[in-house]
Design a protein around this ligand. Structure first.
Ligand code: SAM
Length: 196
């Protein structure tokens, strides 16, 4: 299942597919170039038009990239309209996701924008605030998925914060685990938080 050839994002998507259903509301906390946003749109979109993907990124350029990527990849304008994009920090996700929408998945793909400004990266303080916000808006049975890159400076500090937040969650309401390749020490780590 987890092989060296398979990208870490694809492994994350396989977990998402086990949880997300058509018509769900989901959150992409780090849109970047829109690959995860598109994968999520495909998982939630149905003919009734109920599914929603709330996407955010701190960089305007990432929001633009995601928007043009979706235009290229999805012909159906109505379906594209199921994605709502916001140029804000993910620690503020509660301000944009409607209170009455049960959220099935919050996805984080941490680090910097591939092909973009490598100095703008997710940082431990706001990542922790965003994880707290995600844990509040997630519905019962939902999943927080965090892909953490540890090859760049600061990556391991961020993993520490993600792991300590995950370890602190009460065992009666959360199942938390991590997936790490043992024979590739700097490959990304996937942390999964399942709300019971
Ligand atoms: N999911 C993306 C995709 O499929 O292309 C890749 C995401 S990229 C690894 C990480 C993104 O996080 C960057 O685009 C960066 O701008 C964004 N980011 C950094 N700090 C952020 C913050 N505080 N809130 C939201 N996004 C942030």
């Amino acid at each position: 299942f987890v092989t060296g050839k398979r990208k870490a994002t694809e492994v994350a998507h396989a977990f998402w597919r086990n949880i997300v259903q058509k018509g769900d509301t989901v959150v992409d906390a780090t849109c970047g170039n829109g690959n995860d946003t598109l994968a999520l749109l495909k998982m939630v979109a149905d003919e009734t038009g109920r599914g929603r993907v709330y996407g955010m990124d701190i960089q305007d350029s990432a929001i633009e990239n995601t928007s043009s990527f979706l235009k290229m990849a999805v012909d159906d304008e109505h379906q594209r309209g199921l994605v709502k994009l916001f140029p804000i920090c993910h620690s503020r996700m509660e301000e944009i996701v409607p209170k009455d929408a049960p959220v099935r998945l919050v996805a984080f793909n941490l680090g910097y924008l591939p092909g973009g400004d490598k100095t703008v990266i997710t940082v431990p303080r706001t990542t922790e605030l965003a994880l707290r916000a995600a844990s509040r808006i997630l519905s019962s049975g939902g999943l927080i998925s965090v892909l953490v890159y540890i090859g760049h400076p600061g990556g391991r500090d961020e993993l520490d914060v993600v792991e300590s937040f995950s370890s602190s969650l009460p065992v009666d309401t959360w199942v938390t685990c991590k997936l790490q390749m043992l024979n590739r020490p700097v490959s990304p780590v996937l942390v999964l938080l399942n709300k019971k």
